[in-house]
Structure formats: C-alpha cells, structure tokens
Design a protein around this ligand. Structure first.
Ligand code: SAH
Length: 468
C-alpha cells in the first residue's frame, strides 16, 4: 500500500519540515500490524514527493487475535486484500507517523504549515465501496480535483468486469494538515471496514479530525455512519455533537479564545481603531443600509445603531450564542423604539446561499474570513460577491507579518485558536484582487493600526467597490 504526497510549492523540499521527515533519509516505523516506511522518491526545489509505504504482515494480523481459530479456519483470514489497499491501517499509520503534521504545527516552518499549498496525494490502491461516484462525492465538496483509475478484477479475464479498487489522485491547494485529516477520515469510509473495535473514543477521533469540515459536508451522514460502522448509538452521539457545532452554543472555549485575541491586541486598542476605520469607510461610501457578516457579539452593530445616519442595520452570524450576547448588549443600550427598529439579527452561515443577504449598500466582514476553512472560502466568495452583491464590501483580517511585534504572542502562533489561517499582506491582496476581478469589483487596501515600516499594520482592510 503506497501513499505519496507531492508538492510543487517552492522550495518544495520544505515538505520535509512539515512532515518532520528528512527528504534525504529512509525511515522505518514499527506498527502493531507491520512496518511503515517513509522515503522521498524525488526531492528537488521544484517538486518533492514523500512516500508512505505500508508493509502489512498478514500473518501477524491473525495470530494471537482472539477468535482467530474460531473463524472457521478459512484461508480468507490470511489471504485477503488488507495488506495491499488503503484502509484503516493507513489511517493509523498516518496518525502515528505524521502525527505532528496532522495537528498543523511545525516548529521550523509554522507559517508554511498554515498555508494552503499545491498538494497532490496519490493512493495505490483505494477500495471504493460505492464506486467512483461516491469517491467524488466525498472529496469534491472539499475542493479536490479527483482523478480515479478503475482496475479490472483480473487483467487476464476482462470479462469478469471491474473490481472495487482504484488508483486515486487528489489534487488541491490546501494546508497539509487538512489533507491528512481528510485522508484519515475518508479512507476508512470508502473502504467501509475497520480493523479494530469501534468504541466511544472513535466518535471523539472522528469529530477531532473532522473539525471544521465535516459539519458542512453534504455527505456527512454517510461519512459518520460508515466511519462508525453503522453503530446506531455512536452515530446518534456524533450527529448530536455535530448539530451542536452547527449552532455553536455557549461554546465557552470560543468566548475564551476571543478574549485571548483581545488580550494580544489590546496594547494598541486595535479593536477600536478597526471599528472606527470601518465606520469611516461606510460613511464615505454612503452605505446607510449595512449588513455585518459574522457580527459576533455585535461590537460594530452597537456603534452603528446609535448613529442615526444609518437607516438599516443587520447582523448575521452562525453562532446562536454570539447573537444572544449581541442582542443582550444592544437591549442594554436602551435605545428609542424607532432607533431599535432599524436593527435586526439573523442566524445563518456564510457558506450557504442566502437571499436575506441581498438589498444592502454594504456588507462588512470584520475579522471573519480567517475563521472560515480555506476549502469553504470559494463558496463564501460566491455567496457574498455573486449572490448578495452589495455595492461595497469591507473586509478586515489580521496581517500575520505583524505578529512578531506582539509581545505576548508566542512566535509562530496565530492570534486566535479558531483562526484557520492568517495571511501576509501579499497573500490577502493576491486573494482579494483575484476575487475582485472574478466578480466585477475593484479593491483598495488600507492599513489599520500603527504601521510598522517592515511588517506593516496589524490589521489589513480591503474595500471592494462594485464596478457598474
Ligand atoms: N465581526 C466580529 C466577530 C469576529 S469573530 C468582531 O469583529 O468582533 C468571527 C465571527 O465569525 C464569529 O462570531 C463566528 O461565529 C463567525 N463565523 C464563523 N464562521 C461563520 C460562518 N460560516 N457564517 C457566519 N458566521 C461565521
């Protein structure tokens, strides 16, 4: 069983840092069911491939296993496809051999580990119960370009038809940790067998590795059901937790993370400067009807609602809990009913089309995009710029270059634990320019907060204007 991961992100050999495996070494890792070998068939600045070869010992799989002799003593337990296909053994090997890479941490290249880079994973071979269609339904919604080569059951007897085995290539611009998590969860789902006992900790593993993408995956029910071997109680448990994730509730960790972010940024009262900058741009653009996407606890809304210049103000967030807090704080401001009427709060996700987002002069997304999973960003772009299509869009996001200037932020860390990424100025501008071009907008960039000659300002703002 062979998994290769290739990148062309220069210098490509830095893949070795991300995987914590030196490109010039061949390494062996003993596992309970065989040996994992890691080596690099190619390692140049332009292109680097890491290979994980699993050498499974079919005899060891059977010996000493309780009940081995009672399985009817057939040869099937020794002679089967397990040593040769990508299955749950591969998931175990990935988590044991590339465990740190899976968490998205990398001591030597922390920024690279959080960057989407061109990656190509090749699996030789993958059993796909459910066929190529199911394979595509699993990986394409996550943004992968899928190539699948179907293998005959026996090349000497083509009349026997196709097997369930495919050589699969998955290509995507993605963080390595996300690719590994997707493989970890989806390989056993395609294979639809598990070599070990499924217990409660499997639910926890599934949710941990599915964090950030499983909730919104269109095939999530099937993924969960197959991953948990169709055990009703566990499936219900997992679905329940996912639904809670969908409406992130009191999520006290999220609140704590937000406070931590504020503490990091507080010495320069960045939050206030950011809000002042947004209000100024809203007024310059005559945006009296404004929707704040990912409004959180309503910091911007509270300013807008007190200013009678604004005619209609809507706050939208996926988190019910955040909206409750926003509402409480707005009620506490004791506004006159006429003023209060101008504001409404709605719950929704920015990664789904939503008619309620249309009809505004301006949409703001203040410190929101970095909370979206990179694979979902393309959907958000369409939801906002193609469907809602306000005249003006104001977006802010951290400038990761500035992080080294925060005294209380450990090097290599992002400002908030829920940030899926933080971008350099170049990365944000490249993304924003390309989005503007695609959807018929012009974009301007403004620094927010004190500007450092070397690393720029702590917050970067993009102001998009629809070209009419
Ligand atoms: N704009 C606010 C909050 C920023 S924190 C402020 O400046 O204070 C990011 C917010 O985005 C959180 O409230 C989070 O719940 C929300 N969010 C994350 N993913 C979302 C999604 N898919 N749809 C809508 N809101 C989302």
């Amino acid at each position: 069983m062979l998994l290769t991961i290739t990148t062309t992100h220069p210098p490509a050999t830095e893949l070795g840092y991300l995987l914590y495996k030196h490109p010039q070494r061949c390494q062996e890792f003993p596992l309970s069911f065989g040996t994992a070998h890691v080596f690099y068939p190619e390692a140049t600045e332009e292109r680097c491939t890491a290979a994980l070869l699993l050498d499974i010992d079919p005899v060891r799989l059977v010996r000493g296993k309780p009940g081995a002799t009672s399985q009817g003593g057939t040869l099937e337990q020794y002679v089967n496809d397990r040593p040769y296909v990508a299955c749950s053994f591969l998931s175990v090997a990935i988590s044991q051999v590339f465990g740190t890479a899976m968490t998205g941490r990398c001591q030597d290249r922390p920024e690279l580990a959080q960057t989407a880079i061109p990656l190509l994973a090749k699996l030789t071979v993958l059993p796909c119960r459910g066929g190529e269609g199911f394979l595509r339904r699993l990986f394409e919604p996550l943004g992968y370009q899928v190539t699948a080569q179907h293998h005959l059951l026996d090349e000497e007897f083509p009349q026997w038809g196709q097997s369930q085995y495919f050589t699969v290539e998955l290509q995507h611009n993605i963080r390595l940790c996300d690719l590994l998590s997707h493989l970890y969860v989806l390989i056993p789902v395609l294979d639809d067998e598990k070599h070990y006992w499924i217990g409660d900790d499997e639910v926890e593993k599934l949710l941990r590795h599915g964090e950030g993408w499983l909730t919104s995956h269109p095939a999530r029910e099937q993924i969960i059901s197959r991953y948990l071997k169709r055990q009703g109680r566990l499936i219900r448990n997992a679905l329940l937790q996912l639904v809670e994730e969908d409406n992130p509730d009191p999520d006290s960790t999220e609140e704590r993370h937000a406070q931590e972010e504020e503490a990091v940024e507080q010495p320069i009262s960045l939050n206030q400067q950011r809000l002042d900058a947004v209000v100024a741009v809203l007024k310059q653009n005559g945006a009296r009807r404004t929707i704040d996407l990912g409004c959180g606890e309503g910091k911007l809304l509270r300013i807008l609602v007190k200013d009678s210049w604004f005619e209609k103000i809507t706050g939208m967030d996926v988190s019910y809990r955040a909206l409750e807090i926003a509402q409480e704080r707005i009620e506490r401001a004791n506004l006159a009913p006429k003023q209060r009427e101008r504001l409404q709060l709605i719950q929704g996700s920015l990664t789904y089309k939503d008619k309620r987002l249309t009809g505004y002069d301006c949409a703001t997304a203040i410190e929101v995009i970095e909370h979206l999973d990179l694979p979902r960003l393309a959907v958000f772009e369409r939801v906002l710029f193609e469907e809602a299509q306000p005249r003006t869009v104001i977006m802010t996001t951290p400038n990761i270059e500035y992080n080294i200037r925060f005294e209380n932020l450990p090097a290599g860390k992002l400002r908030h634990k829920d940030h899926r990424f933080e971008w350099t100025r170049q990365q944000f501008q490249t993304w924003a320019n390309q989005v503007a071009e695609r959807f018929g907008y012009k974009v301007q960039f403004l620094p927010v907060g004190p500007e450092d000659p070397e690393v720029g300002s702590p917050t970067q703002m993009g102001v998009f204007a629809l070209v009419i």
